[in-house]
Design a protein. Structure first.
Length: 228
């Protein structure tokens, strides 16, 4: 699948409303049922080695797959410029590949220079992460960015929550959240906090949603069905 993506997509020609570091931006492995974090870390490392050596694409590891188990997805993205402001579409769209072939950080696998048509790949192994997005009915990108920052742990908000503002359609900007400890801080708490902060700025908020199946849904609907 990774090889097919690189063959089909030229990163230089790509644009979208979500930041990205490469054609295959991010792959994360999570343990389900009796699988251990150490087991999936081994799978992540093996995939990174294949991509780096066979496909010659710079590949970065994080979480349990990284040698010191201290690097987070957020930290490597910051080092690589993932959170730079959008460069097209009136400040709401990221367009084109990396500005330089030189990387500010040495990759864990693959070459030290990046092919601008492919970008880089980030691969991790972590406990389960939920993604929860809350729509804010506004065109005030700066205002929603302030909300996103205040919701996040980094901005003094909810513990274990990472968030950013992303344009979603003509008159909607979403507060997109990674919930690193979803059993402690779930979508319900995020929803209430975004609503509270939006009220302070006179903005209306819609009902948030999870971007994928939950861990339990994957186990019951997919994994157990395959096992049977």
């Amino acid at each position: 699948m990774v090889k097919a993506a690189f063959k089909a997509i030229d990163f230089n020609m790509h644009c979208g409303s979500h930041p990205r570091l490469g054609v295959v931006d991010h792959i994360c492995f999570h343990p389900l049922t009796c699988t251990s974090l150490e087991q999936i870390a081994g799978v992540a490392k093996s995939l990174a080695s294949d991509i780096g050596s066979s496909l010659q694409v710079p590949t970065f590891l994080y979480g349990a797959a990284h040698e010191d188990d201290g690097r987070s997805l957020d930290s490597i993205r910051r080092e690589l410029g993932y959170f730079r402001r959008p460069n097209a579409g009136g400040g709401n769209v990221w367009a084109g590949g990396p500005e330089s072939e030189l990387l500010p950080v040495k990759p864990d696998e693959g070459p030290g220079k990046v092919d601008r048509s492919k970008g880089v790949v980030v691969i991790g192994a972590t406990k389960w992460v939920d993604n929860y997005n809350v729509p804010v009915f506004s065109t005030d990108v700066s205002g929603v960015r302030r909300i996103a920052k205040r919701v996040s742990e980094r901005g003094g908000g909810l513990a274990s929550v990472q968030s950013m503002a992303l344009a979603h359609g003509k008159d909607v900007i979403e507060v997109a959240c990674n919930l690193l400890e979803p059993s402690i801080v779930g979508g319900d708490k995020v929803q209430l906090e975004v609503e509270r902060l939006a009220r302070e700025q006179g903005m209306d908020v819609g009902k948030g949603y999870y971007t994928d199946l939950s861990q339990d849904q994957i186990i019951t609907q997919a994994y157990l069905k395959l096992a049977s």
